[in-house]
Design a protein around this ligand. Structure first.
Ligand SMILES: NC(=O)c1ccc[n+]([C@@H]2O[C@H](COP(=O)([O-])OP(=O)(O)OC[C@H]3O[C@@H](n4cnc5c(N)ncnc54)[C@H](OP(=O)(O)O)[C@@H]3O)[C@@H](O)[C@H]2O)c1
Length: 323
């Protein structure tokens, strides 16, 4: 099969032939239609975080996909060859024509979504779900502050929290206010113009941090006692959390077919919607990485955006069309 691979840390992406994976009894072989690009693909390939995010080289990136079941293992009962599915792999390997995945982490593709749209959903939506519900314990009537609300994960967090009956405050660039209000935010704070802790008057029940750094540190100032600070970007200080009488945790996505199936139903009935920024041909993965690298400091040998650099105009994920 054709695949995109990283042969050495920081090296170029290579597009060539590799053996098609074989499956275990609890796995399925999926013929991939589309895959999506995530920051973590670039970070792992760069090797800068190899202590915490190691990879075996040569390595096929790709954490999420949509496609059609080609073959099932002997223990798989819930799916059959020909089913259209989508999911996040717990390993990687989705920049390829085929992937072997555990049946437990995938779900049926929403019928109203294209394969490109479906491939953009699993990582961002499940990260948002686990961040706000599993770790943030968000409930109806509560208030959540979402940092980076207009990003791929943030947009799902805004939609899911609003659907759950929470009041949603999001930090984002001012240009994204109309977009964020259209998907359920009650209030948008322009992080380039205002310090959120100076303008949020009522303390909030949950902060979902998709930005990190100083933004995370200042988030303690706006949390109610007993509240939850959940970060998808970096560890949270346990000392500071204890001092403020809140909980603080960094989450890491644990893909779940059950959660993804619930998200699929919300997509199918139009409660939430996916967002695809750009679709690239599979063999143009290197260009797709250049596109996304602008948002990541010093990743994969590419320069970060300097201060005042133009920001990406569209929302949503970058998708690679495989077949
Ligand atoms: N732990 C996990 O399992 C997991 C899973 C998925 C993602 N993540 C991480 O979660 C983070 C977000 O991912 P993503 O895919 O949503 O990224 P993304 O699509 O690039 O979105 C990032 C958003 O943050 C905004 N932003 C930047 N600085 C900000 C600030 N100081 N205050 C408020 N907003 C700010 C950006 O807005 P502008 O462009 O307007 O500046 C952009 O809209 C990444 O660090 C990613 O690696 C973690």
């Amino acid at each position: 099969m054709k695949a995109v691979r990283v042969l050495e840390y920081g090296g170029q992406l290579v597009f060539n032939d590799v053996p098609t994976p074989t499956i275990a009894r609890d796995e399925m072989l999926v013929k991939i239609k589309s895959t999506a690009v995530n920051h973590v693909d670039l970070v792992k390939a760069a090797g800068t975080a190899r202590q915490v995010l190691p990879i075996d080289l040569p390595w096929i990136p790709g954490h999420e996909f949509s496609g059609v079941v080609e073959q099932i293992g002997s223990d798989v009962g819930a799916f059959a060859p020909g089913d259209a599915v989508f999911g996040a792999t717990s390993g990687m390997g989705a920049y390829a024509e085929y992937v072997a995945v555990k049946a437990a982490v995938i779900a049926r593709k929403p019928s109203n979504l294209s394969f490109e749209e479906a491939a953009s959903v699993p990582v961002a939506s499940q990260t948002a779900w686990h961040g706000i519900f599993t770790h943030g314990h968000l409930e109806k009537g509560q208030t959540i502050l979402i940092h980076g609300g207009a990003g791929a994960v943030g947009a799902y967090a805004v939609q899911l929290a609003s659907h759950a009956g929470a009041t949603v405050i999001a930090t984002a660039s001012g240009d994204d206010e109309t977009y964020l209000k259209s998907i359920g935010a009650s209030r948008v704070i322009d992080y380039r113009e205002a310090q959120f802790e100076k303008v949020v008057r009522e303390k909030v029940d949950v902060v979902f941090d998709l930005v990190g750094g100083d933004t995370q540190k200042r988030s303690f100032l706006v949390l109610k006692e007993g509240g939850h600070l959940v970060s998808a970007t970096q560890p949270v200080s346990h000392e500071e959390a204890a001092r403020r009488r809140v909980t603080g945790a960094m989450m890491r996505l644990a893909p779940s077919g059950d959660v993804l199936a619930r998200i699929a139903r919300l997509l199918e009935d139009g409660t939430i919607r996916p967002d695809v920024a750009t679709v690239y041909a599979f063999q143009d993965a290197a260009q797709a990485w250049k596109d996304i690298a602008g948002n990541l400091p010093g990743v994969h040998g590419m320069s970060p955006n300097g201060p005042g650099a133009a920001r990406r105009k569209s929302h949503g994920k970058i998708v690679l069309r495989v077949a």
